[in-house]
Design a protein around this ligand. Structure first.
Ligand code: MTE
Ligand code: HPA
Ligand code: MOS
Length: 761
């Protein structure tokens, strides 16, 4: 089935936040943000800005009627600066004016006197100074201390990954207006409508039922609007609440880039030990997560780094520790993969190091250590339905790693200026919120008396295609044409207490809730059908189990009848059958005990293997990704176009993180890569020349919606292979010149400058 939104998207008719028709008298908000990363505020002067005609009011923390606090996991994040600034870009005040232009003029006239304090931007330095947001956490399996003695080879090293700007096409924003009885209605570009509702209620000091949040869709979120949409919705809600006027904020790109957090940079140390057969016996890692100035989602992101620290490999002795380091950067946040990619990069670096030092292929080490059925993860979950080896083997069979490598070697032997490199990247990603209580969802279904269906769930459409999947679920359960099903906006008054659309679990959680609701209605209408088709029977004698609906035809014992969906619904309505239902789904089986760091946190894992081929121009340090060929564990794929689109987008976003997206803060904590002229994301020319996606044939997984596994985040991690493919080309070049690999560092992004330094360093 086609994406329900595609025609509207390509003809510009889809409604994003900035397309909402505003009410008469709408005012425009603009944040004034801190021009320093760490300072005491001595004096804030708003008088000149207030004097600009058209400026209605300028709000600060003093105007907050409830709590000036938006921290979700830990209450350590003021909405507005009080006495101390914690990061460059932290909101200090909110200008409300009759137009955006006026607000921009006024912002230039605000002055602030500061007493500058020490700025920390490096997570290792933060750790050394004891600046930790939560105590460190350690996942342990076996006993690494004893295991080193059993190892034939032990290597240590360091691996660093930089952050990543979400660069959703639609920037952060919200539109709020007062409704009756002191209530407020907010349209927000958020992945978490309930998070917005809760935060607004807290800051305004009102109960949650006074706050209605509505989301039509997002022009991308990628994790950046899981938590960080709340601040912007809250500031407009505050202005609207105090002024009793509609207020809008659609952020300018550079404001958004400067004021919001990004993917967490990590700086990590590893130690890996193998036996003589290249089996990994022990692995230790220490992760320094650059959390930024407050917790935001960092503790949860850090946890996922630990969960994915050994990627697709079984390692019998593991000890991995993570530090959540407080720095003076904007609070870093969720980003596709949620800490998993950062953990995986480190073990892939460790394997690359072993390969380089021993002169064996990384591929051989990877293959010999893949998880098997029944392998134990360091967090205690026993791996089931393990598709690591099947995905690897199918990839090898289909793409023929040996032949590919031989072709690369032949090319490299002939070419002096260009070298090719290949890397294999297996992935294993756990599906479920790592925080077990978040794994539930609701849906609300109305079958209207004409047979059309309205569906509301807690799922937010952000481009990942979840609305299309929800239409498919309802249409499949009822066996009706998808055109009968309309997906409503995501709204806190229709579906309450939602988890954010995140963790790749949106379609699973909301889809299962929707199935439950649809099935409850189906039971009632079947009961009515059986009474209609067997008029003599009393209600107790009806046999609803004999009724099926197939493509809108009502069958009795498999035989066709005169009744169809539309007639049956009409009859149900006049017989006073309830045609509405709410469904609730909570993922069964999952649990996790943080006091032991053991449990079964994931409903299932998604596996896959990618082969990545690149060509490096060894004079310029530039490179092209020739091919990414992969076998992916989709399960029983629900929607080809949507799911393949997720893999394509994930691969490209992942390689962007690994190669070109370079976030730079100066030592004062000021963002230098603060616009699209200084921050490069992949464009069409960066897309692999060949991107081949094969499906691993399986039965799918029962805990995945319609047995089709989650596809949102896992494919991003194939992009990690691009880093190592480039490095292998660099190594080929160095080898020819008789240079060793001893200096090899593992530090992403592998920009052309870094490649040049590695080629000749
Ligand atoms: N795809 C598009 N087009 N836009 C997005 O914002 N977000 C990603 C992924 N794919 C995103 C996307 C992230 S971070 C997650 S967690 C999942 O989609 C969320 O949606 P899902 O749970 O329905 O997979
Ligand atoms: N993924 C994404 N978002 C989350 C998670 C997770 O595992 N846990 C809490 N928020
Ligand atoms: Mo995705 S990082 O879980 O929003």
């Amino acid at each position: 089935m086609k994406n329900v939104d595609s025609a509207f998207h390509v003809t510009g008719r889809s409604i994003y936040l900035d397309d909402i028709v505003v009410q008469q008298g709408t005012l425009y908000a603009l944040p004034y943000d801190a021009p320093s990363a760490h300072a005491h505020v001595k004096k804030l002067d708003l008088s000149q800005a207030m004097a600009v005609p058209g400026v209605v009011r300028i709000l600060t923390y003093k105007d907050v009627p409830g709590e000036n606090q938006i921290g979700g996991i830990i209450p350590d994040e003021p909405l507005f600066v009080e006495k101390e600034i914690h990061f460059w870009g932290m909101p200090v005040a909110l200008i409300i004016a009759t137009s955006e232009d006026i607000a921009i003029q006024a912002r230039k006239l605000i002055t602030i006197d500061l007493e500058e304090l020490t700025v920390i931007t490096d997570p290792r330095e933060a750790r050394a100074r004891g600046e930790l947001i939560i105590p460190p956490r350690t996942f342990k399996l076996g006993d690494t201390k004893k295991a080193w003695a059993e190892c034939a080879h032990v290597f240590e090293g360091r691996a660093d990954t930089n952050g990543q700007e979400h660069l959703y096409i639609e920037t952060q924003g919200a539109y709020a207006y007062p409704t009756e009885h002191g209530s407020i209605r907010i349209s927000s570009s958020t992945q978490g409508p309930t998070a917005v509702q809760r935060t607004v209620a807290r800051v305004l000091g009102v109960p949650m039922h006074k706050v209605e949040v509505d989301v039509t869709r997002l022009g991308g979120g990628f994790g950046g609007k899981e938590d960080q949409a709340s601040a912007w919705a809250t500031v407009v809600a505050l202005a609207s609440f105090l002024l009793k006027k509609p207020v809008k904020l659609a952020m300018h790109r550079m404001d958004d880039m400067r004021m919001t957090g990004k993917r967490h940079p990590y700086s990590s140390d590893f130690k890996i030990g193998l036996d003589k057969d290249l089996k990994i016996v022990a692995y230790e890692a220490t992760f320094h997560q650059n959390a930024g100035a407050s917790a935001d989602l960092s503790p949860a992101v850090m946890e996922r780094t630990l969960f994915h620290a050994t990627n697709s490999y079984f390692v019998p002795n593991v000890e991995v520790t993570a530090y959540c380091c407080r720095t003076n950067l904007p609070p870093n946040t969720a980003f596709r993969g949620f800490g998993g990619p950062q953990g995986m990069f480190v073990i892939e670096s460790a394997i690359a190091k072993v390969a380089q030092e021993l002169g064996v292929s990384a591929r051989e080490i990877q293959r010999r250590n893949l998880m098997q059925e029944g392998s134990e993860f360091s967090y205690g979950q026993i791996a089931e339905h393990v598709n690591a080896t099947p995905a690897w083997e199918l990839a090898d069979k289909t793409f023929d790693f040996d032949t590919q490598q031989a072709e690369i070697d032949t090319f490299n032997a002939k070419s002096e200026t260009h070298k090719k490199g290949m890397a294999i990247m297996p992935i294993c990603f756990g599906i479920s919120f790592t925080n077990t209580p978040m794994n539930h969802a609701r849906a609300l279904v109305h079958v209207y008396q004409d047979g059309s269906v309205g569906v509301s769930t807690g799922a937010v459409e952000m481009g990942q295609g979840v609305n299309t999947k929800m239409v498919q679920v309802a249409a499949q359960v009822f066996s009706i044409d998808p055109s009968r099903v309309k997906l409503e906006s995501t709204n806190t008054t229709r579906v309450a207490n939602t988890s954010p659309s995140a963790a790749s679990a949106t379609a699973d959680l909301n889809g299962k809730a929707l199935e439950i609701a649809c099935n409850a209605i189906l039971d009632r209408i079947k009961e009515k059908a059986s009474r209609m088709l067997d008029p003599g029977s009393s209600p107790g004698q009806a046999r609803p189990e004999a009724i099926t609906i197939v493509n809108e035809a009502v069958l009795n014992n498999g035989q066709s009848t005169d009744l169809d969906w539309q007639q049956l619904i009409h009859a149900c309505h006049w017989d006073r059958v309830n045609l509405s239902e709410s469904g609730h789904y909570a993922t069964p089986e999952i649990h996790f005990d943080k006091t032991k760091e053991k449990g079964h946190p994931f409903a299932y894992h998604v596996y896959g293997t990618a082969a990545v081929m690149v060509t490096v121009d060894c004079i310029r340090g530039t490179y092209v990704v020739d091919a990414v060929k992969l076998v992916h564990d989709f399960g029983k794929r629900m929607n080809d176009a949507v799911d393949i689109g997720q893999v394509e987008g994930g691969v490209v976003q992942g390689l962007g993180w690994m190669t070109m997206e370079e976030i730079v803060y100066n030592d004062k904590g000021r963002l230098l890569s603060n616009a699209l002229s200084t921050y490069k994301i992949p464009d069409i020319h960066s897309v692999p020349k060949e991107l081949r996606i094969e499906t691993l044939p399986t039965d799918g997984h029962p805990m995945a919606i319609r047995r089709g596994k989650a596809t949102g985040e896992p494919p991003l991690m194939y992009g990690i292979g691009v880093y190592f493919a480039i490095q292998n080309a660099v190594i080929a070049f160095r080898a020819e010149r008789g240079e060793g690999v001893a200096h090899m560092v593992y530090s992403a992004p592998y920009t052309p400058e870094r490649v040049l330094m590695d080629l000749y360093g």
